[in-house]
Design a protein around this ligand. Sequence first.
Ligand code: HH2
Length: 284
Amino acid sequence: MPSPIEEDRPLVMGVLNVTPDSFSDGGEWFQSERAIMRAHEMIAEGADVVDVGGESTRPGADPVPADEEIRRVIPVIEALAGQVRLSIDTTKPVVAEAAVGAGATLINDVSAALWPVAARCGAGWVAMHRSGTPKSMQRDPHYDDVVAEVTALLVDRAGQAAAAGVEEVWIDPGIGFGKTVEHNLALLGSVSDMVATGYPVLVGTSRKGFLGQVARSADGSVAPVAERLPASLATATWAMQEGARMVRVHDVSATVQAALLVGRPGTVPAPRSNGCSGRPEAGE
Ligand code: HH2
């Protein structure tokens, strides 16, 4: 059980990429046993949610067929169910349903389109903004007003989800998804505007490319992934200070320390029973 102090802080979602090709940790946790071990480490470090993903969303990533994504994530979710709150990072309805059936209680949806699944299964839902697909999203992204456009889309989708009966709806600006460095910085600078919408806000900056471009290595070159912890922590702390209720990170222990210092009240949503009791029929 978390201590009273830990309950009184923003939440930390630990990233668990069961993939061979994720941008920062591809292949590290691809075997189920290694993924489960990593999840246990994150739980010990204080993760409130473990976000299990079987398909990389990095720019240029190849899509993964649903049956392969299910093969990657379901054994991990089944092994961890009941030990920590689990989210499924997917854009496929069939994968989301299978994951909820296996024990996930939150659907982390970078396409902001799966609210009907969340409604049907009684799961929480994260609506993340992205422009384009992983293959195309970094090809000259353009917005007239990135903050206004991202916020409007998220509020629209969140409203549709709430109207469909989803009780727990999060919004996420989708840092790095079809955005330039300037777009990402503008969105980070406007976290408090998103918080003002009334929906709980999730922010994921961890190890992302724009951090390497802004926070350079000592020799002035773009900081490689392995050198992005300070910038990841700085931006997560900023987001929490601005009112984000949850941050999505690879480095759980360091971020939990930051969250304890920020200390803004956040409630740990109780895992709920789900209405998806098993794997869906093929083709659904
Ligand atoms: N970022 C990534 C994946 N899922 N979900 C939400 N809600 N917010 C994010 O910012 C977000 C996300 C990308 O990071 P990662 O999972 O580490 O990489 P990859 O997509 O290459 O597996």
